[in-house]
Write a protein that binds this ligand. Structure first.
Ligand code: ARG
Length: 592
């Protein structure tokens, strides 16, 4: 595409950038490698698009380019023998695939944010997985990413939790299985409170004590936070996620007074039924509740204090909130209040919503106690991956680690592969399958390329199985394999133009190569839309393009010049797959 833009731009009066935006990939391979639509030029040049297309095509032909007008389009075909080596070279350069969209701007990503003493819900899983992918994608695009886990560690529910714990709980049971035990206590509280309303009074009293810094209340609260975090951290470890900051809602307790005062000073607070609210009638929204009737602050109040802190103290230029779509109104309210307070940066706050996810039709609900535990979902995915590996490759070493990478990867990939706003009904069997548009399919393709490369480097598979760690192979022992290939490759760089056989770049290798070269435009799209699925789909496309190539063209046993080209293409494909997967948070085992 870039090559086409370089050639077309001077003929149009447009910049290369502008041409690049207009260029399309022709719907059919036979039409060429790039198509330039002439509609937009019609206005400025005051000529019919068809006429312009004809003129551009003629000028390109005169310069020796294979171009043809097709109605209002100019189709261009590149000389594969010339361009293929150049593209390969470009793919191997250090800076390939890094963008400078962000210019170092600080983008703060509010992600995961589960609630203490409650199960880590599917919504929190999605927030964690999408947030972690966005974190890396923004970083790749030249932003400085900052992740914050905004724990739900404050609120009246802690009064209930303490009440229930003091009545029916004990330290041992809570320690042993914190979330399940907390949940049981929570469910029991709601069941019994239906019969016995004094429980609610007691709970309110405990929360009041907690807010006033009562020793026992504080101690119990800290204990709940600690044991919940231990369990959440196990999950984060399996998902390979960490945070730059973990700052719960309680962190803002001493920062809300100032916000309430500011709202008061700016004349935004109004009384309503004994509560204090900011009216949002003009914006067609219900009022934003700031102080409840009983004088306590609430979720939106904490989010106002949080946003101001993130902007002023953490110096965030953009504030992203990766939170389920059901909180849409909440964030619209919060951002509108910020803007009413006179903060222009409210425009840089953005809710990044996502759809619901169910597992085999089961939803999650905290109150009723009918929940899908994430830990169990991960275990089940790993068990199924283990089963498939057992069938396909019973002698695989370190199969447990590989199964973990495949099972967990399947869940992450299954989450990220469709547009984030889509609802997902998750079928474990589909997600873990090695066929179809799945994470394991991409991983399997990566492992296949590794064995092709090993074969090409004349290292027998048995030899390699002995020395390579299936998870870390690329780091250590593979260097030798790669060094051999590189040696062939550098020879290739120098002489490829002359030595490349006319038929070395077949249709399928050409299609694959072009797709690899298009990677930066996929990254850009993913970041502009905050949409990791763009990259997930890209890995599927690359894997499919590789498999077509693998079935149609010989690689390891092709004639020397051709082999060097194809081996190098395969190596670049593997790199791009592993790298893209890592951006999504999915590992790429060397063997499966
Ligand atoms: N803990 C909240 C929940 O589970 C999500 C918090 C999202 N972040 C925020 N800044 N409000 O619903």
């Amino acid at each position: 595409m870039k090559q086409a833009a370089v050639q077309i731009a001077p003929l149009t009066g447009l910049t290369e950038e502008e041409v690049l935006k207009l260029l399309e990939i022709p719907p059919q391979e036979q039409m060429g490698d790039a198509a330039f639509p002439c509609f937009t030029l019609a206005k400025s040049l005051k000529k019919a698009p068809v006429v312009i297309a004809g003129e551009i095509a003629a000028a390109l032909q005169a310069a020796g380019t294979d171009a043809a007008a097709a109605g209002p389009y100019v189709n261009i075909r590149f000389d594969r023998k010339v361009l293929a080596p150049e593209l390969l070279q470009e793919l191997g350069s250090e800076t390939f695939g890094k963008l400078q969209l962000g210019q170092g701007a600080r983008v703060l990503i509010d992600m995961s944010s589960p609630n203490i003493a409650k199960p880590f819900g599917i919504g929190h899983l999605r927030s964690t997985v999408i947030g972690a992918a966005l974190y890396r994608l923004y970083q790749e695009a030249g932003y400085t990413s900052i992740s914050v886990n905004h724990l739900g560690d404050w609120g009246t529910q802690f009064g209930k939790q303490i009440t229930a714990y003091k009545r029916w709980g004990n330290e041992e049971a809570l320690q042993a299985d914190p979330i399940r035990n907390s949940l049981e206590l929570y469910v029991r509280f709601h069941d019994e409170a239906e019969q016995d309303p004094t429980l609610e009074t007691e709970a309110r009293e405990w929360f009041r004590k907690l807010e006033q810094g009562d020793d026992e209340a504080q101690r119990l609260w800290a204990f709940f936070v600690k044991v919940s975090m231990q369990e959440f951290n196990r999950m984060y470890e399996r998902l390979n996620v960490d945070f730059d900051y973990t700052l719960g809602e309680s962190f803002y307790n001493d920062k809300m007074g100032a916000v309430v005062e500011e709202l008061q000073d700016k004349g935004l607070l109004e009384e309503s039924d004994g509560a204090l609210v900011v009216r949002l009638d003009e914006e067609n929204m219900p009022p934003c509740l700031i102080i409840k009737k009983d004088g306590t602050t609430i979720y939106p109040t904490r989010d106002l204090a949080t946003a101001i802190y993130r902007r002023n103290i953490m110096q965030a230029d953009r504030l992203l909130y990766v939170v389920g779509g059901e909180q849409k109104l909440h964030f619209r309210q919060v951002f509108t209040v910020l803007s009413k307070m006179g903060y222009e940066w409210a425009d840089n706050c953005e809710h990044i919503p996502f759809g619901l996810m169910r597992f085999e039709g089961r939803k999650m609900s905290t109150r009723r106690g009918k929940v899908v535990f994430l830990q169990e979902v991960l275990d089940e995915a790993v068990a199924r991956a283990q089963q498939i590996i057992q069938d396909k490759n019973p002698n695989l070493e370190q199969s447990e680690q590989v199964a973990e990478a495949v099972g967990v990867g399947a869940i992450i990939f299954g989450d990220l592969r469709s547009n984030r706003m889509n609802d997902i009904d998750f079928s474990l069997d589909d997600a873990v399958s090695f066929e179809g548009e799945t994470g394991p399919y991409v991983q399997y393709t990566y492992a296949r390329i590794q064995s092709v490369l090993a074969k090409a480097a004349n290292v027998s598979r048995d030899e390699r199985e002995k020395v390579t760690d299936p998870l870390k192979g690329s780091a250590a022992e593979n260097i030798e394999v790669n060094a051999e290939l590189e040696a062939e490759g550098s020879h290739l760089d120098r002489h490829l133009r002359d030595h490349l056989a006319a038929d070395a770049v077949g249709d399928t290798s050409w299609a694959l190569l072009k797709l690899l070269a298009e990677y930066p435009s996929y990254l850009e799209k993913a970041v502009l839309r905050s949409e990791p699925s763009v990259i997930a789909k890209y890995t599927i496309d690359v894997a499919q393009a590789f498999n077509r190539f693998y079935h149609a063209e010989r690689i390891a046993d092709a004639p020397p010049g051709t082999k060097a080209f194809r081996v190098k293409l395969a190596a670049r494909t593997a790199e791009r797959l592993a790298y893209s997967l890592s951006l999504l948070g999915v590992q790429a085992p060397e063997r499966m």
